[in-house]
Design a protein around this ligand. Structure first.
Ligand code: SAM
Length: 294
């Protein structure tokens, strides 16, 4: 066994197993004890908790999660790392599964391994940050919270409630979870060092959604269309959508919702998008009703 967060021990273990790290898989391993401690504290790992970890790498985070008393199910894509991980996790309460998280049947993983409400923790490979987050948010599984290391810029985008970092991604994340930025992390905390700063973020899954929407699909379609071209006004973006409404109708509709013609999507809060989509839902249904009845 070796301490995967110690640069010297990690180096030796990598050479012993003949492993060179792969940039293409986002292999920037954590080598900073303080940052690992912060992640573990933020994740709420304790005796009896169950964690899904994505991309255990050499096991730095897995060792600490197990050390806090958690049972960890870790999904790692890189087969070359598996013998190293087995050495790092000897005698610990961890199960390593060699698979691509994006191709994993999460329902089956839940039934066979996790079995009860669980938390997620990961130093995410940056090239798949948003697909992984979308996958987990939409999984319908009993996830309690997710603590991630992500690029600092992505953390800002997840937490933004307006402005230039605000996007359909921010809205999707905030719709499902409460976002907390925990700490900024310098490139020196990783081996090898990434080009950009990172951040620890915690997402607490909402028991009740932050806003009530009549039709989730319509809500997210409206949000995507509103941001279709960032520099355009809301009315211009929405007029280009395929709801069969022209610019004058959208202007009228937005005015009825208290939104002026020069407003852009990045100025509108999630509750306003919910209101817009609920009003649109009502309007589309009242248009379709007579047709359906005809
Ligand atoms: N958890 C380790 C740490 O903090 O030191 C390693 C984190 S490293 C940023 C990301 C890890 O995710 C790598 O081990 C990489 O091989 C793995 N990975 C990349 N793509 C993956 C995928 N699609 N499914 C599962 N693991 C993946």
């Amino acid at each position: 066994m070796f301490n995967a967060a110690s640069p010297a021990q990690l180096d030796q273990a990598l050479s012993r197993h003949g492993i060179s790290l792969k940039k293409s898989l986002g292999q920037n391993f954590l080598i900073d004890e303080n940052i690992l401690k912060k992640i573990i504290e933020a994740s709420g790992a304790q005796k009896g908790s169950i964690f899904l970890e994505i991309g255990p790498g050499a096991g730095a985070l897995t060792q600490k999660l197990c050390g806090a008393g958690a049972h960890v199910v870790a999904v790692e894509i890189d087969r070359a790392l598996i013998p190293l991980l087995h050495e790092a996790l000897q005698g610990m309460d961890a199960k390593v599964i060699c698979q691509d998280i994006l191709k994993t049947d999460l329902d089956a993983l839940y039934e066979s391994e996790l079995k009860r409400p669980f938390k997620v923790c990961a130093n995410l490979p940056y090239y798949i940050t948003s697909p992984v987050i979308f996958l987990l948010l939409g999984s319908g599984l009993p996830i309690l919270s997710m603590t991630f290391m992500v690029q600092a810029e992505v953390a800002r985008r997840m937490a933004a409630e307006r402005g230039k970092d605000y996007s359909p991604f921010s809205i999707a994340v905030q719709y499902h979870a409460e976002v907390r930025q925990i700490a900024r992390v310098a490139p020196t905390c990783f081996m090898p060092r990434p080009d950009v700063a990172s951040a620890i973020i915690r997402l607490d899954m909402r028991k009740e959604k932050t806003v009530r929407v009549s039709d989730e699909k319509l809500f997210f379609a409206l949000v995507r269309q509103s941001f279709a071209m960032r520099r355009k006004t809301l009315v211009n973006n929405l007029s280009a959508g395929d709801w069969g409404l022209g610019k004058p109708e959208w202007e009228q509709f937005l005015a009825a919702c208290g939104i002026g013609p020069s407003v852009r999507a990045e100025e509108i809060m999630i509750k306003d998008f919910a209101n817009l989509s609920n009003m649109l839902y009502k309007m589309l249904n009242s248009i379709q009703q007579p047709l359906n009845n005809a």
